[in-house]
Ligand binder design. Structure first.
Ligand code: NAP
Length: 291
C-alpha cells in the first residue's frame, strides 16, 4: 500500500505556481487575482475560505475577500458578483457554497462570468467539460487528476467506480476519468443513493472514488485487493477528545481498507489539499487568458 499524499503533490503544484507568478511579475505581466465571497459564518466554510485566501497570498497571487451577512438579499450578492465580473483586476471569482436557503445557488453560479468561473460550476464550464473542450474543471476532481498524474497512477483501461453524482465532485470526476486523457481512459460506473447492491460494483473496481459524504462508508469487504482508493469525503464528527470538539472523517474506513489497496488517499492530508492547488491553477489560467 502506498499513500497518495496530498501534502507532497500539492507542495509540488504550489512551488510550480510560485515560480510562474514570480516570472510573470519580473516580466511586468499581470498577477493572478482571486476574489472570494462568503455569505454567513458557517464554521467549515470559514475554514475553507481562509485557507484559499492564505494560499493565494503564499503564492504571490492577489486576493480579495468579501464577507456578507447570512440574511442579505440575493440581489446584493448578485450585485457584488457583477462588480467582480466588471473588474479588470479580478481574474477568478469564487462564491463559497453552501449558501443560505433563501439564495438560489443556481442563479448565483450563473451570474459569474464564465471567463472568471475558477470553481468550474457554471453551466458553460460544465458543458465544455462534457464536450472535452478547454474549460475550468471543478477544483476537487481536477485536484484528483493532478494527484494521479503526480504519483503516476495508471488509469487507462481500468474500471473506475465513482460513488456520488454531484455537480461539484462525482459527475465531473466520472467525466474526467472516462475522457481521453493520459490519466483518464477508464471505464466508469457512477453509483448514487439509488444504486442497488453498491458493493457489487465497488468490489469489481480497480479505482474507487468515494464522494458521498458518509463517514467511513467504504469498508474493507467492499474493495478488491490492489484497488486505488480516493477518499473525497470530509465530515465533521463529534469527538470530545479533540480540542475543537470534532474529528474530520472521510468516506473510507481507512484503517481496514488501506492494507488491501495499492494506493489510497488519507483524510485529512489527501484530496482536500489538492483542491486548493487546483483552484489556484484555474485562477492562473484565467489570468493567462488575458495575456
Ligand atoms: P452531495 O452534493 O451531498 O452529493 C453526495 C452524492 O452521494 C449524491 O450523488 C448522493 O446520491 C450520493 N450518496 C449519498 N448517500 C449515498 C449512499 N448511501 N450510497 C451511495 N451514494 C450516496 O455531496 P458533494 O458536494 O458531492 O460532497 C461529497 C463529499 O465530499 C462530502 O463529504 C463533502 O464534504 C466532500 N467534499 C470534499 C472536498 C475536498 O476538497 N476534499 C470538496 C468538495 C466536497 P443522490 O444523487 O442519489 O442523492
Amino acid at each position: 500500500m502506498q499513500i497518495l499524499d496530498g501534502k507532497i503533490a500539492s507542495a509540488a503544484i504550489k512551488e510550480k505556481l510560485k515560480l510562474i507568478v514570480e516570472k510573470r511579475k519580473a516580466e511586468n505581466k499581470k498577477t493572478p487575482h482571486l476574489a472570494v465571497i462568503i455569505v454567513g459564518n458557517d464554521g467549515a466554510s470559514e475554514t475553507y475560505v481562509s485557507s484559499k485566501v492564505k494560499t493565494s497570498e503564499e503564492l504571490g497571487f492577489g486576493s480579495t475577500l468579501v464577507r456578507m451577512d447570512a440574511d442579505i438579499p440575493e440581489a446584493l450578492l448578485l450585485d457584488q458578483i457583477k462588480t467582480f465580473n466588471d473588474s479588470i483586476d479580478i481574474d477568478g471569482i469564487l462564491v463559497q457554497l453552501p449558501l443560505p436557503k433563501h439564495i438560489s445557488e443556481a442563479r448565483v453560479i450563473e451570474a459569474i462570468d464564465p471567463a472568471k468561473d475558477v470553481d468550474g460550476f457554471h453551466p458553460v464550464s460544465a458543458g465544455r467539460l462534457v464536450q472535452g473542450l478547454e474549460t475550468f474543471v471543478p477544483a476537487t476532481p481536477y485536484g484528483i487528476m493532478l494527484m494521479l498524474e503526480h504519483f503516476g497512477v495508471e488509469t487507462t483501461g481500468k474500471h473506475a467506480v465513482v460513488i456520488g453524482r454531484s455537480n461539484i465532485v462525482g459527475r465531473p470526476m466520472s467525466i474526467l476519468l472516462s475522457s481521453q486523457h493520459p490519466f483518464g481512459n477508464c471505464t466508469v460506473t457512477v453509483c448514487h443513493s439509488k444504486t442497488k447492491d453498491l458493493a457489487s460494483f465497488t468490489r469489481q473496481a480497480d479505482i474507487v472514488v468515494a464522494a458521498l459524504g458518509k463517514p467511513e462508508f467504504l469498508k474493507a469487504d467492499m474493495v478488491k485487493d490492489g484497488a486505488v482508493v480516493i477518499d473525497v469525503g470530509i465530515t465533521r464528527v463529534p469527538d470530545a477528545t479533540k480540542k475543537k470538539g470534532f474529528a474530520i472523517k472521510g468516506d473510507v474506513a481507512f484503517e481496514e481498507v488501506a492494507p488491501k489497496t495499492s494506493w489510497i488517499t488519507p483524510v485529512p492530508g489527501g484530496v482536500g489539499l489538492m483542491t486548493i492547488g487546483a483552484l489556484m491553477m484555474n485562477t492562473l489560467k484565467a489570468c493567462e487568458r488575458k495575456d
